[in-house]
Structures are given as structure tokens and as C-alpha cells.
Design a protein around this ligand. Structure first.
Ligand code: FAD
Ligand code: MEZ
Length: 568
């Protein structure tokens, strides 16, 4: 047997897995996955039997109910989905190596035209494209505004980049800030965002972002989210980045809360379902979408309104390098679906775009683990040192500046150095320890030896930095937040280098998330939110502003699309 299907076929024939020999009846593979669980148990049961493994492949930060078939693929080589982002290299039965080629949206034009000619297979009020935070927030608010919703996701797992988000969600004048005595103003969030974006942001969208940010925190909290820890991100004047108590990762939590609430409200969520066209009538009004169901083929859904929540394209290096050749060949922090085919769909439907040339590198990807190390580690006190053992930058400057500074260092990488008090301040660090990407030493000198930097110099750098913390002023690099001295053993280091992280540009929208066409008119029935759009972040997004963006604009998009559907 070469693949799982052969093996199961030998045991009991096709109906071991399928209802009939015709194969899957839906793109979620609902029946097939239930068959896996009926014999093998569910993910939790399998993970419970893997206590001896350092990394259990059945335990993860993915959201929703993870389908067995996300990794164990019947008629092809099985591939561990985790290996798309991590460097685990799991050895799977009937397994292959992770690889994914970008497939253009119009690759099977004839089959697509045939499906369109056949007419709609079903009808709904609102179609939402993408199951990241923007899409799920839109689904919740569209349902709350009375719309029937189908949400389509091309990947076999939900959550997009949102489920990976780590450091926090920016919001000003919030209840958690007040409880911690943090004084902030929406106006300051607007100023910080415009300055970070080099003032090319759309100021009206920035106002919507900041002015709705505390309501978005309340909205999430009312649905069961814990956003009570507040820390600092690069380019922010005050602590305004909200995340779960103790500093756990924000994205998996927010995505799970939104998923649970979208499911609770009866959203029809379909995985393995790529939208390849937004359909319009002769007057230019949206009439629905053409879906490429991985197992059921092409079909049309008739809908009054469509929300593009398809995320960015940072994982598509050909596309990134087209807009910013300096980033050619760079690794990415993103999930494998961040390829930009949503953008192609929107452009094909006549949407205008802006700021596509602005692609952001995140300064701290761990080359050892393949994962991004959150800015919150620096926000909570870590310093960046080079191979000489010296600091070289204000660690919480904006990402463009921090990334450029790291790339100038020997080896084009650096070390995040922190102590046990920083580790204790941020739960997320436990994930990095678990992944085996953190080096440890009882003293700065012992740590230095492990990472190959001069011990006396590293000890001196830490002592000098601690002096700045004591005096409250960093006279070397003017780091504005100096949260704690690095004096509690053990000491830790993570090697880091920049990686492509965020596409600031995307579809042009107005403050109601209506999509603008090239000639400036609004495309009737078409809405967009989140990383698929341009204008909110200008030339450089501030850490923590994307989760704020997707919750606020996703919420608006869902409500506006539902309202439009009701009126048409
Ligand atoms: P996504 O969450 O990426 O979702 C888009 C979805 O659309 C994807 O699932 C994709 O597969 C799907 N899709 C695309 N095209 C199609 C199609 N044609 N048909 C069907 N489905 C399609 N921001 C912060 O503010 N704070 C943080 O702490 C933070 N940490 C981050 C950490 C990491 C590692 C990464 C990668 C990003 C982080 N960001 C953070 C950025 C933030 O997570 C993203 O910008 C944001 O989550 C994007 O949300 P979204 O809903 O717009 O897109
Ligand atoms: O906004 C982000 O991308 C972010 C805060 C990432 C991180 O470092 O955690």
C-alpha cells in the first residue's frame, strides 16, 4: 500500500471511509473524518496516548475541530500540516514532505465557465471568504444582524494567520488598561499608527481603527475572551497591546472565541473550499461566488453580498519579491494559505488596490524552529545583542528599523537575550522553550559560551542595560520602555533573524468596508476586511494593530454586508 486509501481499501473496501464509491460528499470530509474517529478515537484521545513524546502531533494551537484528513490524506501522501510552519519533520505513515505550489485562480478556466453556466447550486445572503479573524468576526456580526451566512476557507484548517498571532491586540481607553492604571487616548493610538505607517495611511480608516478599538475589546470579552494582560509593542507610546492573562498568545485565543461564536450562531463553515471568482451581473452588482471545492469540484453560490477576508500574501515569496525585491528568498512567518489568491479574485472583480509595495519583515523569526518569536518578549524586557555581545538598536523601535538593524549585523541575525523574570512575565515564552529554540545559562558568561559570543562583553552589555533600567534612561539607544532589570538567573537566548511578515497593501475600502473599484465607484455588494485590505497601516504596520484591524473591520463588514443583503 502506497497511501492510506490503499491500506484501508485492503481492509474493507472504499466504504471503510466513504459513504459510497463515488467518494466524498462534502469538502469538510465530514463522513470520512467521523469514520477515522470511530476507529482511532478523537484528537484528544490520541494525544493522551502520546505523553512520552516531547512534541505531540495531535496537540496544537489550531482552532476548531481539527479534521484527521488535514494531515492524513487518503489518495495522496500524508503530510503533517504543522510542518508548514514548524521544523518538526514528523515521520508519518504513508507520509511525504511538506510542499505546496501556488495554483493560480484561473488554472481551469473551462471547467470554471462550465460551472458558472450550470447556475447556482445554492443560495445565501452573505458569503464570507476566509476563516481568519476578519472572516470569523464578519460571520458573527452578519449572523447577529440576521443574515444567512456561508463561510468558505481554502485550507484544511481554519484560522489563517490569525491563529498564529502572538503579542497582542492594540486598543486604547479600555477597561483592562484602566484596571492596570494605564493612561491612554484614542488620539495617541491614531498618532502612533500614522507615524508608524509613515503617514501614508488612510487617516479615516485609522480613526475607525482607534475609535472602535475599546468597543472591539468589549465585544470579544462579552463573547468569552480574556484580554486582560496589557503589554508594549514597537512604535507604541504606551502599553496598549491586549492578550490573555499571563501573556499567552492572542491569536489562537481570539480565533477560537470567534470560531466558537460563529459556530454557535449557525454559520455554515466549509473548509477545503477556495473561492476563485466573485460573480457580478451586467450592472456590476455582486451576485455570488464560484467555489473550487477540493473534493466536490467547482460550484456557484448565489449571494447578495460577499466579504473578502482572505488575508495577505507574505507566504508567496514570488509575489513579495515582485513588490519588494529586497525580500527575495526570505523565509516567512505566515501560514501556508497567505498566498494572495484572494487579492487576485478581488482584482479580477474590478477592485482597486493600494500600497502593495509595502511588505513588512518581522525582526525575530527563529531560524532553528521556523517560528516567529513575539515582539512581546522584547516589550517585556528582552534585549537584542549581536555576535560581539553588544546591543545595537532600540529593541522596541518599529519593525522596519529593527529588521534593518539586525540585517546589518554579522551573520545577518542576532540574539534575543532575557532572564527568568522576563520568562515568568510572558506565558508565550513557554512555547519557545517547549519547541527547543531557547538556549540557557546560569550566568551571562555561561549563556554567551552556548551561543558563541564573548562572555565578558555580554555580561558588560547586560550590566550597562540594567544601569539604564535603574536610571530610567537608555542613553545608548533611547529605548522608551525599560520594564525590568535582567538579573534573575537563568539567562536565555534565542537566535533571531528577519522574515516576511505582513502585507500592508490590499484592496481599497471605505470606512464601511465597501470595496472601491478602479474608477472610484463602490462595487455594490462587495466588502473587504483585514489583511486583504490596504490603507489602515500605511507603509509599516505597528505590532498589535492587525488583530485590532481584523476584529473592528471584520465586525463592520459583517454588519454592513447583512444590512445590504436585507435591502437587496
Ligand atoms: P487571515 O487570518 O490570514 O485569514 C485569511 C484566510 O483566508 C486564510 O485562512 C486563508 O487561507 C483564506 N483564504 C485566502 N484566500 C482564499 C480564497 N480564495 N478562498 C477561500 N479562502 C481563502 N497581529 C497583531 O496585531 N498582533 C499579533 O500579536 C500578531 N502576531 C502575529 C504572529 C504571526 C506568526 C503572524 C503570521 C501574524 C501576526 N499578526 C499579529 C498579524 C495578524 O495575525 C494578521 O495580520 C491577521 O490575523 C490577519 O487576519 P485576516 O483575517 O485578515 O487573515
Ligand atoms: O502585530 C504583530 O504582528 C505582532 C505583535 C507580532 C508579534 O511579534 O507578536
Amino acid at each position: 500500500a502506497d497511501v492510506l486509501a490503499d491500506f484501508h481499501g485492503e481492509m474493507g473496501g472504499c466504504d471503510t471511509c466513504h459513504v459510497s464509491e463515488k467518494g466524498p460528499t462534502d469538502d469538510n470530509l465530514t463522513h470520512e473524518n467521523a469514520q477515522c474517529v470511530s476507529c482511532h478515537g478523537d484528537l484528544n484521545e490520541i494525544a493522551a496516548g502520546e505523553k512520552d513524546l516531547k512534541i505531540s502531533p495531535h496537540k496544537s494551537h489550531l482552532i476548531g475541530e481539527i479534521a484527521c484528513t488535514s494531515c492524513h490524506i487518503g489518495h495522496e501522501k500524508s503530510v503533517a500540516y504543522c510542518d508548514a510552519c514548524h521544523s518538526f519533520g514528523f515521520d508519518m505513515p504513508f507520509g511525504g514532505k511538506w510542499e505546496r505550489k501556488f495554483v493560480p485562480i484561473d488554472v481551469q478556466k473551462d471547467a470554471q465557465d462550465k460551472a458558472i453556466a450550470a447556475g447556482p447550486r445554492e443560495t445565501t445572503d452573505v458569503v464570507i471568504i476566509g476563516s481568519g479573524g476578519a472572516g470569523l468576526a464578519a460571520a458573527v456580526s452578519a449572523r447577529d444582524n440576521g443574515a444567512k451566512v456561508i463561510l468558505l476557507e481554502k485550507e484544511p484548517v481554519a484560522g489563517g494567520n490569525t491563529k498564529l498571532a502572538a503579542g497582542g491586540m492594540n486598543a486604547a481607553e479600555t477597561k483592562p488598561q484602566a484596571a492596570l492604571g494605564i493612561k491612554d487616548k484614542k488620539e495617541i493610538m491614531i498618532e502612533d499608527t500614522m507615524k508608524g505607517g509613515r503617514n501614508i495611511n488612510d487617516p479615516e480608516l485609522v480613526k475607525v481603527l482607534a475609535n472602535n478599538s475599546s468597543d472591539s475589546i468589549d465585544w470579544l470579552t462579552a463573547m468569552g475572551a480574556d484580554m486582560n494582560d496589557v503589554g508594549r509593542m514597537g512604535g507604541a507610546s504606551v502599553n496598549r497591546s491586549h492578550r490573555p492573562t499571563g501573556g499567552a498568545g492572542v491569536g489562537a485565543h481570539v480565533a477560537q472565541v470567534l470560531w466558537d461564536n460563529a459556530v454557535k450562531r449557525g454559520t455554515d463553515i466549509r473548509l477545503n473550499s477556495r473561492v476563485v471568482r466573485v460573480l457580478k451581473d451586467d450592472s456590476g452588482k455582486v451576485t455570488g461566488v464560484l467555489v473550487e471545492g477540493k473534493y466536490t469540484g467547482y460550484y456557484v453560490i448565489k449571494a447578495d453580498a460577499v466579504v473578502m477576508a482572505t488575508g495577505g500574501f507574505a507566504r508567496n515569496n514570488d509575489r513579495v519579491a515582485k513588490y519588494d525585491p529586497k525580500l527575495k528568498g526570505f523565509a516567512a512567518t505566515n501560514h501556508p494559505g497567505a498566498t494572495g489568491d484572494g487579492l487576485d479574485v478581488a482584482m479580477q472583480a474590478g477592485a482597486d488596490t493600494r500600497d502593495l509595495e509595502w511588505v513588512q519583515a518581522h525582526p525575530t523569526l527563529s531560524p532553528r524552529g521556523g517560528v516567529m518569536v513575539t515582539e512581546a518578549v522584547r516589550g517585556n524586557g528582552a534585549i537584542l545583542v549581536n555576535r560581539e555581545g553588544d546591543r545595537f538598536v532600540n529593541e522596541i523601535t518599529t519593525r522596519d528599523k529593527a529588521s534593518a538593524a539586525i540585517l546589518k549585523q554579522k551573520g545577518a541575525s542576532a540574539f534575543l537575550v532575557f532572564d527568568d523574570s522576563v520568562r515568568k512575565s510572558l506565558k508565550k515564552i513557554e512555547n519557545y522553550v517547549h519547541l527547543g529554540i531557547v538556549d540557557e545559562g546560569k550566568t551571562p558568561e555561561e549563556l554567551a559560551k552556548k551561543i558563541g559570543v564573548p562572555g565578558a562583553e555580554l555580561a558588560k552589555t547586560i550590566a550597562t542595560y540594567n544601569g539604564f533600567v535603574k536610571s530610567g534612561k537608555d542613553t545608548q539607544f533611547e529605548r522608551p520602555n525599560l520594564p525590568r532589570e535582567l538579573g534573575t538567573a537563568p539567562y536565555y537566548a534565542i537566535e533571531v533573524k528577519p522574515a516576511v511578515h505582513h502585507s500592508m497593501g490590499g484592496v481599497k475600502i471605505d470606512t464601511k468596508t465597501e470595496v472601491k473599484a478602479k474608477d472610484g465607484h463602490l462595487i455594490q455588494g462587495m466588502y473587504a476586511a483585514g489583511e486583504a485590505t490596504g490603507g489602515v497601516h500605511g507603509a509599516n504596520r505597528l505590532g498589535g494593530n492587525a488583530i485590532s484591524d481584523i476584529v473592528t473591520f471584520g465586525r463592520i463588514a459583517g454588519a454592513e454586508a447583512a444590512k445590504y443583503a436585507k435591502e437587496h
